[in-house]
Design a protein around this ligand. Structure first.
Ligand code: OAD
Length: 256
């Protein structure tokens, strides 16, 4: 990795009033969480997203989907933030209000590293929610809490049979509106956008990099491989999140 490119990006970050960081599965790869589209190790190379990550898939076989997410949840809980997560959190702590993370990841590793300004576009794998709208609520009562559900695979409401599902965004579902709006605002106002560990294949998340570029931001990509967002990057830093983010963001850069 050319030292000059790192120094150049460090200069941009030092001067930027606002930095947006768009992260994807590669951000957590060095914490031991599988990505989706890496050729051999990616989840979608081994599992069918339509069966495991869509409302139709859950309706067809709720136990299969629940159990698959249960094993992914266990992986997330066992994982620890890596040096890349820590570098982002440390920068945010040293420069309050200047750096915001927008993540496609459903793990909580940014938060556990100490990042506070994190927008989650694709939900939270550790959260439970109802699959159907709560029927008691529809009859004028309070919404039942998913934690009241009878244990099972998946847990279900003892009253109406409604099933619990993981709090992630599945294929065919809309992103949370407030999160997407907040992320678009950040993309429009940032001077630098760091795009870390995403293939750029999934919209609208990937579109945030286009928004930032159109609004005049310097887009910098950190990825060991090529990505669909490369054509709009001002710099492509080829390497991993845990190796490069400390070099880019530490107060005193570590030796390259
Ligand atoms: P992908 O699996 O599509 O892409 C992961 C990217 O991370 C690839 O470009 C890899 O080259 C890169 N990568 C791998 N290891 C890395 C490392 N150590 N450091 C930096 N980069 C590395 O994952 P996403 O782009 O996040 O949707 O996928 C987008 C969405 O598709 C996900 O949020 C998920 C999935 O279906 C939902 O869960 C809704």
């Amino acid at each position: 990795m050319a030292q000059e490119a790192i120094e150049e990006v460090r200069g941009w970050l030092a001067e930027a009033p606002h930095i947006a960081v768009l992260t994807g599965a590669g951000m957590s790869a060095e914490s031991g969480i599988a990505t989706f589209r890496d050729a051999l190790t990616g989840l979608w190379a081994r599992f069918d997203p339509q069966r495991l990550a869509s409302p139709e898939g859950f309706a067809a076989d709720p136990a299969l989907v629940w159990d698959w997410y249960a094993s992914r949840r266990a992986g997330v809980m066992a994982a620890k933030p890596n040096a890349g997560h820590r570098a982002l959190a440390d920068f945010e702590r040293r420069h309050p209000g200047r750096l915001h993370v927008v993540t496609q990841n459903v793990d909580d590793l940014h938060q556990r590293a100490g990042s506070e300004n994190v927008i989650r576009l694709h939900g939270d794998i550790l959260e439970d929610r109802w699959f159907d709208a709560c029927r008691r609520h529809a009859r004028g009562g309070n919404v039942c809490d998913p934690s009241w559900a009878e244990p099972g695979s998946p847990p279900a409401c003892a009253d109406c049979g409604n099933r619990v599902r993981p709090g992630v965004v599945w294929f065919g579902e809309a992103l949370p509106v407030a999160a997407l709006e907040a992320a678009e605002q950040l993309a429009r106002r940032c001077a630098v956008m760091l795009v870390i560990g995403t293939s750029g294949a999934v919209h609208p998340a990937a579109g945030l990099a286009y928004t930032a570029r159109r609004a005049g931001a310097k887009v910098v990509i950190v990825n060991p491989q090529l990505s669909e967002l490369d054509p709009l990057a001002l710099r492509r830093l080829q390497g991993t999140a845990a190796a490069l983010l400390p070099l880019l963001l530490a107060e005193e850069p570590l030796a390259a």
